[in-house]
Write a protein that binds this ligand. Structure first.
Ligand code: DI6
Ligand code: FE
Length: 416
């Protein structure tokens, strides 16, 4: 019997079993590192994990109900990876700025002289939805080839109703055409577009007008902003957050990436799902995040690519018990990256996370950064999104540079 994707409802009772594997469940409160289970079994019913544990503990009646059997060939199984912070949909690239920076120009100098985000805005506006879909689809496929089953995609290179809508529609359409769950985030407050140059407050007014329209069109799952001296002040971000909250939308923030502007405290006041970057995070900011349950999303690709030297305060985050997620920040200017596995390595080598913290950062904590409780761990009742890897031990996923030990992805119970 085949448990089909199209006929998922007909096979709602169909049970599939995976054996001959080790499972890194990443379950919260697990008693073994990585929540590791030797000689594990996973039972899937429809699109949901029905049972996860040591094969020896599998109840016999459940075993009998399994009509489809999968030999995992000794693979390591992890939850499907979650890339919780990307700017995947954009036109063009910024290789030329890469050259300029190698000649000594800084990221902020390039942004202030009309390059940077604004140059990608021009390329994105000029691109058709089809062109954007093709370019971002290639990036998405590289991420999926490394086991990504959920991805957040921000707008923020359109910066007008028409072009923000186009980018969010492309993001939704990527989700509809690929076996991956796409969560969209409206990042209208990413940069001030050229037609509003010198009138940042008037542009924030425009953002406040775009948001309810895009939300009514079903294009927005969360709202983000770039709180920075080269972008928007805390007072301006506060207006955007108030509007988001008025619509019942969760917020997140690019905070303290290049300087400490108190963005983390502001975001925490709005119960933000996450604050992202955080190289300049203060003690007060970390405390506020801990109290609000806000996740710290660390982006080692941007730190590396901009050759930053100020490290995010990892010890402080650990001390306050702030959960840490890891993401690619995939974008053309500060992190042209389509490898979440490489980010695991960089989180360890650059930020000194343990491989276990890094792996939790792209599974359990990344789910929390998106407000998703139904994934990120291998636990009965959660979505059957998981990955088979050709490795012995989970630390190997963070250890190797440029290797891709991905073997197979199971998305909502369906083998891809
Ligand atoms: N911070 C970043 O690192 C990206 N956006 C942001 O707010 C960079 C976006 C870009 O340079 O195109
Ligand atoms: Fe970003």
């Amino acid at each position: 019997m085949r448990c089909g994707w199209s006929g998922a409802h007909e096979h709602a009772r169909c049970h599939q079993i995976w054996t001959h594997c080790r499972a890194a469940t990443l379950a919260a409160g697990a008693t073994t590192p990585y929540g590791l289970i030797e000689d594990a079994a996973l039972v899937v019913q429809g699109d949901t994990l029905a049972w996860v544990g040591a094969r020896a503990d599998l109840p016999a009646n459940l075993r009998q109900r399994c009509t489809a059997e999968h030999d995992a060939g000794g693979a390591l199984v992890t939850p499907g990876l979650i890339d919780c912070h990307t700017h995947l949909v954009y036109g063009g690239n910024r290789a030329h700025e890469f050259e300029l920076r190698l000649q000594g120009a800084s990221y902020e100098e390039i942004a202030q002289s009309g390059g940077g985000i604004v140059s990608t805005v021009q390329a994105t506006r000029a691109a058709s939805a089809g062109e954007l879909q093709a370019a971002s689809g290639q990036r998405l496929q590289r991420l999926m080839g490394e086991g990504v089953t959920t991805i957040e995609i921000k707008s923020g290179y359109g910066l007008s109703l028409e072009h923000e809508r186009k980018c969010l529609q492309v993001a939704r359409s990527l989700g509809a055409t690929h076996a991956v769950d796409v969560r969209t985030t409206f990042l209208g407050a990413h940069a001030v577009p050229p037609e509003f140059a010198g009138q940042t407050d008037a542009y924030v007014d425009a953002v406040l007008q775009m948001l309810p329209t895009l939300h009514a069109e079903g294009l927005v799952d969360a709202v983000d902003g770039f709180c920075e001296r080269i972008a928007f002040s805390p007072a301006q971000i506060e207006r955007v957050f108030a509007a988001a909250k008025g619509l019942g939308l969760p917020v997140k923030l690019h905070a303290e990436q290049l300087s400490d502007s108190g963005g983390a405290q502001l975001a925490a006041r709005f119960d933000a799902l996450s604050c992202d970057h955080l190289e300049w995070l203060s003690d007060a900011g970390a405390q506020a995040m801990a109290q609000a349950g806000t996740v710290a999303v660390l982006l080692p690709g941007a730190f590396y690519f901009l050759r930053e030297t100020k490290l995010p305060p990892i010890a402080l985050l650990r001390q306050h018990g702030v959960p840490m997620a890891i993401s690619t920040d995939s974008n053309p200017g500060s992190s042209p990256c389509t490898s979440l596995l490489l980010m695991l390595n960089m989180a360890c080598t650059l930020f000194r996370l343990t491989p276990e913290e890094a792996l939790a950062g792209v599974t359990r904590h990344a789910a929390k950064a998106l407000g998703l409780r139904d994934r990120g761990q291998l636990l009965a009742g959660l979505r059957a999104d998981f990955v088979l890897w050709n490795v012995q031990h989970p630390a190997e996923l963070a250890y190797a540079l440029g290797a891709n030990p991905h073997s197979q992805t199971i998305f909502q119970g369906q083998v891809l």
